[in-house]
Design a protein around this ligand. Sequence first.
Ligand code: PMP
Length: 334
Amino acid sequence: MKYANSVIDLIGDTPLVRLNQVTQGLRATILVKLEYLNPGGSIKDRIALKMVEEAEQSGALRPGGTVVEPTSGNTGVGLALVAQQKGYRTVFVTPDKVGEEKRDVLRAYGGEVVVTASSVPPESPYSYYGVSDRLTREIPGAYKPDQFSNPAAPASHYETTGPEIWRDTDGRITHAVIGAGTGGTITGTGRYLKEVSRDRPSGPVRIIGADPDGSVYSGGTGRPYFLEGVGEDMWPGNYDPEVADEVVPVTDAESFAMTRRLAREEGLLVGGSSGMAVVAALRAAQDLTEDDVVVVILPDGGRGYLAKIFNDDWMGRHGFPLEQHPAGEDGNDG
Ligand code: PMP
C-alpha cells in the first residue's frame, strides 16, 4: 500500500515543470517549482514544520503547548496544520484589514484567531505585534515561532528546497529565481545551491532575487504595492543580502499580467508573487543560451487571489492591464 502516515509527511518534494508558452523566443530551459502542491497550499508548510520541530527539540514547545504567531497568510495555514497534527493549540493574530476569508481558513484548521485594529501604531500594546507579544507572555506554554528571525525558516529551505532542486535538475541548474518576503526562501535555498555548485567547471548557480518595485531588497523605500507575501519595508533577520547576485524589481502590473498568463497559457493557477518571479526570470533569460537551466520557485496557488488578480473589475479599478504580451505579439489572445 502506498500512503503517507500523516499529512505532515506530504510536505515538500514538489515537482518541477517546464514553461512552454510564456517563454516563447527564449533559448534557456525555464522550470518552475510548484509549491502550491504542499498540503497547506504553499511553500510555508516547510518552515512551519521545521520551526515546530526545532521548538520541540529545544523544549520551547512542550506537550499541551500553544503556537502563537502574528500571521494571516500562508505561514498560519502551515503552522495550523502542523500544530494540529502534533497536538498543539494555535492562536493567530491578524490585523482587521485582512479579509474574513483568510481568517476562516485558519479557523477551518482549528486555529483561534484574534483580530487587532490596523489603525493603531505598531508600538501600541493593541497592535498586531503588541497583542501577539502579550498573548505569548500570558498563555501558559505559549511559543512564538517568529518567521522573520527564526533560523529554522532558512534552514528548512537549505535542507529541503535547495537539495530537491539540485537533485531534480541533475546539478544542471544555472540560475535560480526566488522572491523574497521574510527572506527565508532565498537565503536557505540560494545558500545551498551556491555551496553545492561552488566548484563545478561552469561556476556556481546564479541567484536572482525578485522583488516588488518599491521594496527595500531592490533598493526601494518600502513604498506600497499590491503584491502579497513579498517585499519588505525593513530588513528582516532571515534575509542574508550576500546570497542574491542581483535583485530585480518587478511592478504590480507586470506581475499580475504574468500571473494571469500562467493560469491561461500554462495551466498554473498561482499567486501574484509567482507571476512576479516569472517576470524576473524571463527578463534574466533574454541573454541566456540552450545550455542554461533556470528554476523559478512559485510559492503559492491562485485561489486566494480570485477576487483580486483574477477579477477583471478589480484589475481595472486599480489601473492594471489585463494581459501584457511580449514585444512583437499583436496582443490578440482570442
Ligand atoms: N510568496 C508568498 C505568497 C508568500 O506568502 C511568501 C512568504 N511571505 C513569499 C512569497 C516569500 O517567502 P519568504 O518569506 O521565504 O521570503
